[in-house]
Design a protein around this ligand. Structure first.
Ligand SMILES: C[S@@+](CC[C@H](N)C(=O)[O-])C[C@H]1O[C@@H](n2cnc3c(N)ncnc32)[C@H](O)[C@@H]1O
Length: 352
């Protein structure tokens, strides 16, 4: 029987006839092995299908179509250990086929190996066609918190140690209050390890707005002499987190792919803000009253109408910060539209 006829049989669902034909005739090429294997598969004979493809791979080692079919069949039959083995082989042959990474990620997540699952999934997302990316993220969001995060914000979070105050409440505010639609850029005073800078930057990218994130920091964690009510010096707290590592090195690594970030390595009292307008600012730098005041006016005077300034450490364990914020609110009460707190120790001040 010639190949056209075999294909015709296959199209008509005459799987038994195909299997019987190959009982008498050894498949001559990859296509024939696949026709034979898929006929077995469609007859519910998974083991025979797999065996046929394995024999095919002996004659045609590394053939991409034989590998593709064996991986799909093993995976669909929940034979994950073997599917993994062949998917790894297939990736060596076709390193940019997202399907194999997708399959491997599912296998790892099914074993609760979230670290490898996410690592492999990121390759799937790298090679998948653009229109499939949201579907993939959606598919994994029930097993991966990072995917759930990406589904919500449009990007994967940086390592959690790099954001100490939790910027999600800021992201939520920017989205909810539509601050990204206002004129002006974003200013962050006190970037520390850059996790928050990364989040602000990537949110702007995900929202498709052309804004710069100005990140201001001395990158000298010893520069803050303030002490909390528990007697802990801020500089000691940062030192404990850094454990001897260099603050700026970590910041640079975390933010290295952030194209819209301008880093200003400076004491916030000496910095010249290069933009004319600000739509959102987050102040979490030096916690002494003169700096809280300086940092507020640095951004407040450039804040557009309906723009928002947020402070960290409001009403918490740095009473001098809270008191200074109260004074600033009093001074500027005529120009304030509204105030609110959220996310534990964050206060938001919206300009009229
Ligand atoms: C609390 S940390 C910032 C944490 C960051 N916002 C986060 O949540 O991940 C305070 C930062 O302010 C920086 N800093 C201290 N004094 C400063 C000053 N005078 N000017 C600019 N940055 C300063 C420190 O280097 C430190 O990185």
């Amino acid at each position: 029987m010639d190949k056209d006829r075999l294909f015709e049989f296959f199209k008509k669902g005459m799987y038994k006839e195909i299997v019987e034909f190959f009982h008498e005739h050894v498949p001559e090429d990859q296509e024939e092995y696949i026709l034979d294997a898929l006929s077995y598969y469609n007859l519910g004979l998974v083991n025979d299908a797999v065996r046929t493809l394995k024999v095919g791979l002996i004659s045609f080692p590394g053939d991409k179509d034989l590998l593709f079919n064996i991986v799909e069949i093993l995976y669909n039959a929940n034979m994950f250990d073997e599917a993994e083995k062949y998917a790894v082989q297939a990736i060596n042959v076709e390193p940019d086929n997202y399907v194999y990474y997708d399959i491997l990620a599912t296998i790892y997540f099914s074993r609760n190996d979230k670290e490898n699952g996410l690592r492999i999934l990121k390759n799937a997302l790298k090679y998948a066609p653009d229109n499939l990316v949201p579907q993939l993220i959606d598919k994994y969001s029930s097993v991966s918190e990072d995917c759930l995060y990406a589904k919500k914000y449009g990007f994967f979070p940086p390592p959690s140690f790099a954001d100490i105050s939790g910027y999600e409440v800021l992201l939520d505010t920017i989205i909810k209050e539509k601050l990204y639609l206002l004129e002006g850029d974003i200013v962050e005073i006190g970037a520390f390890l850059g996790g928050g800078t990364y989040k602000l930057s990537k949110l702007m990218e995900a929202l498709g707005v052309d804004k710069i994130v100005y990140a201001i920091d001395t990158f000298d964690f010893r520069s803050d002499e303030s002490t909390s009510t528990s007697g802990e010096r801020m500089s000691d707290l940062y030192g404990e987190i850094l454990k001897g590592r260099n603050q700026f090195d970590i910041y640079s690594k975390i933010t290295m792919n952030c194209k819209n970030v301008v880093t200003l390595i400076s004491d916030s009292k000496n910095v010249v803000l290069p933009c004319d307008k600000v739509c959102f600012a987050y102040i979490d730098g030096n916690h002494s009253p003169d700096y809280v005041r300086n940092d507020f006016y640095l951004v407040w005077n450039k804040l557009v109408s309906h723009g928002v300034v947020s402070f960290d450490d409001y009403g918490y364990d740095l009473p001098q910060v809270t008191k200074t914020i109260h004074k600033l609110i009093g001074e500027e009460s005529e120009r304030i539209l509204k105030l609110w707190t959220a996310g534990g120790k964050r206060i938001f001040i919206e300009k009229e």
